[in-house]
Design a protein around this ligand. Sequence first.
Ligand SMILES: Nc1ncnc2c1ncn2[C@@H]1O[C@H](COP(=O)(O)OP(=O)(O)OP(=O)(O)O)[C@@H](O)[C@H]1O
Ligand SMILES: [Mg+2]
Length: 356
Amino acid sequence: MAVEITADMVIHDVVTQYPQTIQVFQGHGLPCTACHVGARESVAGGARTHRLDVDALVKDLNLVANGQEAEGIKPRTKAPVGRGIPLTMAGGTPGGKIRHIVAIMSGKGGVGKSLVTGLLGVSLARQGLKVGILDGDITGPSIAKELGVRGTPTKAPGGIEPLRTQGGIKVMSMNMFLPNSTDPVVWRGPMVSSAIKQFYSDVDWDRLDFLLVDLPPGTSDAPMTVMQSLPLDGVVIVTSPQMLATEIVMKCIKMVQTLKGKMLGVVENMAYLTMPDGSRNELFGPSNGPELVAMTGAPLLAQIPIDPTIAMLCDAGKLEEYHSDEFDTLADNFVKALKIAAGPSGPRRALPMAAR
Ligand SMILES: Nc1ncnc2c1ncn2[C@@H]1O[C@H](COP(=O)(O)OP(=O)(O)OP(=O)(O)O)[C@@H](O)[C@H]1O
Ligand SMILES: [Mg+2]
């Protein structure tokens, strides 16, 4: 059956399904495939912004997507991999099999990014959704350990097989390839970037509702690679109430804004400790959640308390056994935030916060 590309299709969806159309967009002088705008802009919208003839563009897109040549557009057999151009998935299948890709970030180390990634994955999987976790922390991986995933991934015809948790979450992490889990990965930035790209493009993720990408702290190679090479729906920012954490987290937020990423929400971890009498002790000071919401325009998805059970289950690799109302709230708000972000238009609205 002939492929039909229409002007109302999102640029990113077109190039992920038909990578050969990248040269058509670029040949027409529309660079949106190489920037984050393409993740939400339609073909017609992109053409309008760049003052192009939308009918001519759509005609050429259809010619090339159907294996024909378009005048003045050089055919290329392989989709280029580079800044903002979606990577091709394992087995040459476009990344369209993954419905949502979301990165979990924070400028600050140790605030609970991996924990939020893991528990978000667990909550979504409990709702019957298909979840994968790509551990983007190449030099300090912790996801596999906290979810109790052990072993070495094998190579199958469709690509590298991710390992699965007991609850069925697919996981890919650098730790799985180390002879000893305590061996360091002493790599420079380009190697780290290359490994992250391979974890996306060479792994057989198959069909997923969510691919969550756990990122290391900071604003350099790993987050840049993920934001520029993976077709992200958006990012979730993790912070803790300390002012220091918030200031460093602001650097991360500004990075996301600079790279034109979409902020889906903020999670405030270690927000309080519940005392034996039921009162809340804000150990690290009062919440900065409202300020973060004002600064980012993104909703506060949840406030997670300090819970010794979390630390204990992480160390034992049994995070899937954790249950809490706050995490159910987080997962619900996360799904709502994605729907709002993907909605037609309008300002982002604050979502209900975790129970105070
Ligand atoms: N709310 C919490 N209650 C109890 N322990 C927590 C909580 N959040 C995180 N921890 C513990 O703190 C440690 C650090 O958490 P985590 O590894 O998720 O942080 P991170 O931001 O991913 O760190 P890094 O910057 O090193 O990647 C873990 O051992 C985790 O179990
Ligand atoms: Mg981490």
